[in-house]
Design a protein around this ligand. Structure first.
Ligand code: ATP
Length: 256
């Protein structure tokens, strides 16, 4: 459902942040990207929905190359791609349900969007999604009064409001305590297993990747150095992914 081919990116025109990155994400699976700080994980994720424009390569989302789309086509394609951020990216003074409703802005006219005009069906759906993530009783609370874990669950409900085919999660648990981490990861895994949504997650926590991923991509220094099912993520493979200049010393890429 998502295939990245030969993706390359340089922010300054000199140093390459990504060099020839290729991998695929399967439908209804949790795919986790791990790798050292600065390896290029966020750059990959933000390239997929073209929040940053990459220099070379192909990003095939349902067979359509995201890099070739015009502004209108890109907006339409993005409406099927949910995004979850480490810092939640909620509008803190608004209520949980108002934030969730913002998930369907991509499908609205500019007028309806600017004036936040939502119909009853959308409001009912937003409430159902808050129920799905266990937050119905917080629907009318301002997000600034919610805990980090609760905020992230609002972020997930907002992404679901888009009816996404894939959800991209950039370090979704980096700011959370262990209990909230489990809650959020269980929800994300449930979306893949029960709802058939593909979930692509950047993570620093290898133990969580091992527990929740179906497939793992290891990135080091802008290159894919591991690409295999989670069962193949041995201690040696992890050491390889995190070693300095792994890609210069020999790749550990396993194509399954
Ligand atoms: N806006 C930017 N301008 C210039 N260089 C950037 C920019 N964003 C990222 N980089 C560089 O690109 C490389 C990859 O960064 P990226 O944030 O994608 O890595 P990461 O694996 O997500 O790191 P972390 O795990 O610390 O979030 C790094 O060398 C980083 O310094």
């Amino acid at each position: 459902m998502l295939t990245v081919n030969h993706l390359a990116k340089s922010y300054d025109g000199e140093k390459k942040s990504l060099t020839d990155v290729s991998f695929s994400v399967r439908s209804g699976e949790v795919t986790v990207i791990i790798g050292p700080s600065g390896a290029g994980k966020t750059t990959i994720l933000r390239s997929i929905n073209q929040l940053i424009r990459d220099d070379e390569g192909e990003i095939l989302f349902d067979q359509i190359d995201m890099r070739q789309l015009n502004r209108v086509q890109l907006r339409r394609a993005r409406s099927h791609i949910g995004m979850i951020f480490q810092s939640y990216n909620l509008i803190e003074p608004l209520t949980a349900i108002e934030n969730v409703l913002h998930g369907c802005l991509g499908t609205k006219s500019n007028f309806a969007g600017i004036f936040s005009i939502y119909n009853n069906r959308e409001k009912e759906e937003a409430l159902k999604l808050l129920q799905k993530v266990g937050l119905e009783e917080f629907a009318y609370q301002q997000c600034r009064n919610l805990s980090g874990g609760q905020k992230q669950r609002v972020g997930i409900a907002r992404a679901l409001m888009q009816h996404p085919k894939i959800i991209l999660c950039d370090e979704p648990i980096a700011s959370l305590d262990p209990k909230s981490t489990i809650t959020v990861m269980d929800i994300l895994r449930g979306l893949a297993v029960n709802d058939g949504i593909s979930v692509l997650i950047n993570l620093h926590q290898v133990d969580i990747a091992r527990e929740y991923a179906d497939h793992v991509i290891g990135i080091n220094n802008g290159q894919v150095v591991f690409d295999d099912r989670t069962q193949a993520l041995s201690d040696a493979a992890i050491t390889g992914i995190y070693r300095k200049n792994a890609n210069l010393e020999g790749s550990l890429v396993h194509e399954s």
